[in-house]
Design a protein around this ligand. Structure first.
Ligand SMILES: Cc1cc2nc3c(=O)[nH]c(=O)nc-3n(C[C@H](O)[C@H](O)[C@H](O)COP(=O)(O)OP(=O)(O)OC[C@H]3O[C@@H](n4cnc5c(N)ncnc54)[C@H](O)[C@@H]3O)c2cc1C
Length: 495
C-alpha cells in the first residue's frame, strides 16, 4: 500500500513537472493546456459528468497555491471542501514560480546562520511597494511567512536553499535544494495533501457567477463540458489569480502595456475580480501592473530573478552595465526599456550555473549563449569584446572591494571569473497584477462601502493592496500561503 502511494506521488510529480516545463512560456505561443501536455487530476472531467446542482460547506474557485492552502485549512477546521478549477490541471501561475518564497526567521535561515526579522522583511516590502501597500496586511504577511514555510515543510516540502531576490536586504527566498524551481514542488505538496485529506478538486470546471441572497453569499454557478450547474455553499473563496493574461483588462488599466508579452498562464484572466465586482466588491490598485525585467524576448520565457540573486550582471547591447541588477522590478524594467532596442543580456559564469539548477532548463530551451572566454561570449553576442571584458573586470573589482561604485548593488558575493561564460537576452514582460479585490485582515471581501460581504473570502493574486505599487520577488508565494491559510481558518471560525 505504501509502495503504491509512493508510486502515485512520483507519478503526480512527474506530471506536474511536465506541465511546468510545457507551460512556462507565453500565452500567445503556448496554445491550449491540452496541447501543452498538462495533467488531469484524479477528480477530473470524466468523473463529474452529470451537470447536477450540488451542495457543500466551502467552495473554492481556483486550484493554485492560494486556493489549495485555503482548502487545506478549511478541511482542517472540519468542513467539506470542493475546489473548482477551469483548466484541465491544477497549479495556475503557482506552477510557474521558480525563484522562491520569502520568509524571515525560518529554520532554514537559522541553519545557514542568516540573521533576519519580520520587521526587516516588512520594511523591504513597504519600500519595494513604494509605501502604497496596506500596512496591516503587510504586517500579517511578514509576521506569518516563517510559519507558512514551516507548515509547508511539515507537509513534506523542501525549502532548504535560501537565496535573495531583488529588493530584499537579506537572503530570505526559500526554494528546494540546489535552487530547483519552487512552484511545481509546492503544487505537488499542496495537491497531494489535499487529495489525502479528501478535498475534491474538479478540473475543467469554470466558475461563472457568485451567488448572493439577502446580502449573503450562497454558492457559485459553474460550467463544465456537460453544461451549467450550481454548487451551493456556506462560504466561497475567490482564488482565481491575477489578470496578467487578459490583454483587454491590462490595457484598460494601463494603456502603455499594449503589445507587451506576459509570463502568465492562459487562465490568469481576472475572472474572480470581475465576478466579485459584479456583486459589489471593491477593487484597489488595479492600475498597478508589474513587468518582470528578465523575460527572454524571443521565447517570451521568464528567467528567474535568482540568476541575478546568485551573481549575474545585466549589460546592454553595447556591453555595459546600466542598473543595480538587484533593484526592484519596476526600476530594472524601466532602465532596460531605456537601453538600445529595449533589451539587455544577463551575463554570468560557470560557477553561477552550477549554483542554480533552474539554469539547466534555460540551456535545454536554447536560451543560453556560451563562450569559453569573455571575448568569445562578446563575439557571440555581437558586442565589442573590449567593452564587455572591461565591464566584467570592473564588476569583479567591486566584488573584491565590497562596494559597487557605479550602481550601488549591495549583494556582491560572487565574481564572474570561471569560464565558460554565458549570456541570455532579456527584456520586460507583464508579470504580476498587484491590484484586485479589497479584503480585511481575515480575508473577507469588502464592498464599495467598506463593509464585509458575508460568506465571501479572497486570497492570492486576485487580491489587491498587499504589494502596493510593486511586488518583491518571492513575496507572492508568501502572500498566498499566509492568506490562503487565514481564509481557511477564518471560515473555520465563521461557519
Ligand atoms: C513565470 C512566473 C514565475 C513566478 N515566480 C515566482 C516566485 O519565484 N516567487 C513568488 O513569490 N512568486 C512568483 N510568481 C508569482 C506567483 O507565482 C503568483 O503570484 C501566484 O502563484 C498566484 O497564486 P494564486 O493561487 O493566487 O493564483 P494561481 O496560481 O494563478 O491559481 C489560480 C487558479 O485559478 C484558476 N481559475 C481562474 N479563473 C477561474 C474560474 N473562473 N473558475 C475556476 N478556476 C479559475 C486558474 O486556472 C488557476 O489555476 C511567478 C509568476 C510567474 C508567472
Amino acid at each position: 500500500m505504501k509502495l503504491m502511494k509512493k508510486i502515485a506521488l512520483l507519478l503526480i510529480f512527474f506530471m506536474l513537472m511536465t506541465a511546468f516545463v510545457a507551460c512556462n512560456g507565453t500565452t500567445d505561443e503556448e496554445g491550449t493546456e491540452e496541447e501543452n501536455g498538462a495533467v488531469d487530476t484524479e477528480n477530473g472531467d470524466q468523473e463529474d459528468s452529470a451537470a447536477e446542482d450540488r451542495e457543500t460547506d466551502v467552495v473554492i474557485i481556483g486550484a493554485g497555491g492560494a486556493g489549495l492552502a485555503a482548502a487545506l485549512e478549511a478541511r482542517e477546521a472540519g468542513h467539506e471542501v470542493v475546489v473548482v478549477e477551469k483548466m484541465s490541471f491544477v497549479g495556475g501561475n503557482t506552477l510557474r514560480a521558480t525563484g522562491g518564497m520569502n520568509a524571515a526567521g525560518t529554520s532554514a535561515q537559522e541553519a545557514l546562520d542568516i540573521e533576519d526579522s519580520w520587521e526587516t522583511h516588512y520594511e523591504d516590502t513597504m519600500t519595494g511597494g513604494q509605501d502604497k501597500n496596506n500596512p496591516e496586511l503587510v504586517e500579517i504577511l511578514t509576521q506569518n511567512a516563517a510559519d507558512a514555510v514551516e507548515w509547508l515543510i511539515g507537509m513534506g516540502a523542501d525549502l532548504s536553499d535560501v537565496g535573495r531576490l531583488g529588493g530584499s536586504s537579506v537572503d530570505r527566498t526559500h526554494r528546494p535544494t540546489g535552487g530547483a524551481a519552487v512552484g511545481p514542488h509546492l503544487v505537488q505538496v499542496l495537491s497531494t495533501n489535499a487529495e489525502d485529506e479528501g478535498i475534491e478538486i474538479l478540473t475543467s470546471t469554470e466558475a461563472v457567477e457568485i451567488l448572493e441572497e439577502d446580502g449573503r453569499i450562497v454558492g457559485i454557478v459553474v460550467q463544465n463540458g456537460d453544461g451549467e450547474y450550481t454548487i451551493s455553499a456556506k462560504a466561497v473563496v475567490v482564488a482565481t489569480g491575477g489578470f496578467g493574461s487578459n490583454t483587454t483588462m491590462l490595457v484598460d488599466y494601463d494603456e502603455s502595456l499594449e503589445g507587451f508579452g506576459t509570463t502568465n498562464h492562459p487562465g490568469a484572466e481576472g475572472d474572480g475580480i470581475t465576478m466579485a465586482q459584479s456583486i459589489g466588491a471593491a477593487l484597489i490598485d488595479m492600475e498597478e501592473i508589474q513587468t518582470h525585467p528578465t523575460v527572454n524576448p524571443e521565447e517570451n520565457y521568464m528567467i528567474t530573478e535568482a540568476v541575478r540573486g546568485n551573481g549575474a550582471i545585466l549589460v546592454n547591447l553595447e556591453g555595459e552595465r546600466f542598473v543595480n541588477e538587484l533593484g526592484t522590478r519596476d526600476v530594472v524594467s524601466e532602465a532596460t526599456l531605456d537601453q538600445t532596442e529595449g533589451y539587455s543580456y544577463l551575463v554570468f559564469d560557470h560557477d553561477l550555473r552550477e549554483s542554480l539548477s533552474a539554469i539547466e532548463g534555460y540551456v535545454d530551451r536554447g536560451l543560453v549563449t556560451e563562450g569559453e572566454t569573455l571575448e568569445e561570449l562578446a563575439e557571440a553576442l555581437g558586442m565589442d569584446t573590449g567593452v564587455l571584458e572591461n565591464t566584467v573586470t570592473n564588476y569583479n573589482d567591486f566584488v573584491d572591494a565590497g562596494a559597487d561604485e557605479d550602481f550601488g548593488r549591495e549583494d556582491l558575493e560572487t565574481s564572474i571569473s570561471e569560464g565558460p561564460f554565458y549570456g541570455i537576452a532579456v527584456g520586460p514582460a507583464v508579470h504580476h497584477t498587484m491590484g484586485g479585490l479589497q479584503i480585511n485582515e481575515r480575508t473577507q471581501v469588502l464592498n464599495e462601502e467598506g463593509d464585509v460581504i458575508e460568506g465571501l473570502y479572497a486570497v492570492g493574486e486576485t487580491v489587491g493592496g498587499i504589494h502596493g505599487a510593486n511586488r518583491l520577488g518571492g513575496n507572492a508565494l508568501a502572500d498566498l500561503i499566509v492568506f490562503g491559510r487565514i481564509a481557511g481558518q477564518s471560515i473555520g471560525e465563521d461557519l
